[in-house]
Design a protein around this ligand. Structure first.
Ligand SMILES: Cc1cc2nc3c(=O)[nH]c(=O)nc-3n(C[C@H](O)[C@H](O)[C@H](O)COP(=O)(O)OP(=O)(O)OC[C@H]3O[C@@H](n4cnc5c(N)ncnc54)[C@H](O)[C@@H]3O)c2cc1C
Length: 406
């Protein structure tokens, strides 16, 4: 069998890539090893409104709108931020994936569930499905098969190097919880190297989870978090997964393209992959269709794909990685001090209104237009500045900045 574009992996990102390739005129085969879409990857389902637009879906999967966030510092203090408009939504991921599959089929994509890509040769992929094994040749292949992508292995492409292991539980709460508020827990005692969260699924149900840097085991931290912060709650379900926190160094070769978690196309600060992944899926789908439909096949498409998606999400990735690096150097005490310094009504209201979960890299530019806040921000910097300086090899050439002078 021949497909102009073969997409391996029918998660949200593969489905968007397949739909875009079909809309660009290619015949597309999408395969997923899951036999039912209702068996989805572990996900908290917190996304921006923009993500739904980028995925090309309706609001049918939206459970709640989020307007408030509470940040728990390592020392137990909390910051409450409230915006006067909706900042994000919580979605039902199964409904989202059902809609994405319907849209892909409506665009002409042939979707085969219960079909696993099990091997590859120079010019074909072996699929194992209900009717046994079948060789499929394709003019372009999209690997949307998650962070442990087999497509990457077969075509000599790297896996995301930096990963977090995440664990999540859905819990039933004894009392009702606000459905417009997300809670974040920071510090080594909650989630070393990442953060923990509680996101409302219903007025009596929370998705509580966290990430931890390997080799730490996130389930141990999750058990502790549930016990200390949500003691009287009943655990309804548990799940876990791998979250890439930076892109792969290469994501394409010839006419094979990795997309989504397979390429590490995520926001490094949160691990959120639905927005950047869907943005890159549109690029991958279009370029794969162009490759498949061009005669003779064109050179340079792998490089074109790399450069287009890296310029689309590169600034957010670079910003997120820098903040992760800096915050990773802070002790719990320093992090608590930095959070305490943010406890200022003008600063909190600025952050609540201007922070955009997909575009945090724009925050410094926004801050630059608010001179009244500069002094408050500078109060946060001394420890971080000193840490950065302490990291430099030749300290004699650098003057440390005493906090009082800032
Ligand atoms: C605990 C947790 C919470 C998260 N919360 C959020 C959040 O709140 N917001 C957000 O934006 N992101 C979140 N993410 C990240 C988000 O879930 C991923 O970025 C997103 O699922 C990536 O989609 P994908 O299609 O690239 O990969 P996946 O969703 O992993 O889909 C890959 C698909 O490929 C299929 N597959 C794999 N191998 C094969 C094969 N050989 N043959 C056929 N099929 C194959 C799998 O069955 C799967 O369906 C979270 C992740 C975790 C782990």
């Amino acid at each position: 069998m021949h497909a102009e574009v073969l997409v391996v992996g029918g998660g949200p990102i593969g489905t968007v890539a397949a739909r875009c390739a079909a809309e660009a005129g290619a015949s597309v085969l999408l395969v997923d090893r899951r036999d039912s879409i209702d068996r989805v990857s572990c996900c908290t389902g917190l996304v921006s409104h923009r993500t739904l637009v980028m995925l090309g879906v309706s609001k049918d999967s939206v459970l709640h709108e989020i307007r408030r966030i509470t940040v728990h510092a390592p020392d137990g203090k909390r910051l409450d931020l409230a915006a006067d408009h909706s900042k994000a939504v919580v979605i039902d991921r199964i409904r989202l994936e059902r809609e994405l599959h319907d849209l892909a089929r409506a665009a002409g994509v042939e979707v085969r569930l219960g079909t696993e890509a099990v091997a590859a040769s120079d010019d074909s992929i072996v699929l194992d499905g209900a009717d046994g094994q079948q060789d499929v040749t394709a003019s372009a292949i999209i690997g949307a098969d998650g962070p442990s992508s087999r497509v990457a292995e077969w075509f000599g492409l790297p896996h995301p190097e930096n990963i977090i292991r995440a664990a999540q539980a859905v819990i039933e709460t004894a009392q009702s919880v606000p459905t417009d508020r997300v809670e974040i827990f920071l510090g080594d005692r909650f989630a070393p190297g990442f953060f923990a969260w509680a996101v409302p699924e219903a007025s009596d149900r929370l998705r509580v989870g966290l990430g931890a840097t390997p080799p730490l085991e996130p389930t141990e931290y999750l058990d502790r978090l549930l016990e200390t912060e949500f003691g009287s709650c009943r655990v309804l379900a548990r799940s876990g997964g791998v979250v890439p926190v930076s892109p792969t160094t290469r994501s394409a070769v010839g006419s094979t393209f990795l997309v989504g978690d397979a390429a590490g196309q995520v926001k490094p600060l949160s691990g959120g992959g639905l927005y950047p992944g869907s943005l890159c899926a549109r690029i991958a789908g279009r370029i794969a269709a162009e490759v498949a439909l061009s005669e003779p096949s064109r050179d340079g498409t792998a490089a074109a794909y790399e450069s287009e998606w890296r310029s689309a999400i590169g600034r957010e990735v670079a910003f997120g990685r820098a903040i992760r690096r800096i915050s990773g150097m802070l002790s719990d005490r320093e992090l608590s001090a930095a959070i305490a310094a943010c406890d200022d009504p003008a600063l909190l209201s600025f952050l609540a209104e201007h922070a955009d979960i997909d575009r945090l890299h724009r925050l410094p530019d926004e801050l630059a237009t608010q001179p009244l806040l500069w002094g408050k921000i500078l109060r946060l910097l001394p420890r971080m500045v000193n840490r950065e300086i302490a990291d430099l090899p030749d300290r004699s050439s650098v003057v440390s900045v005493p906090p009082a002078s800032l």
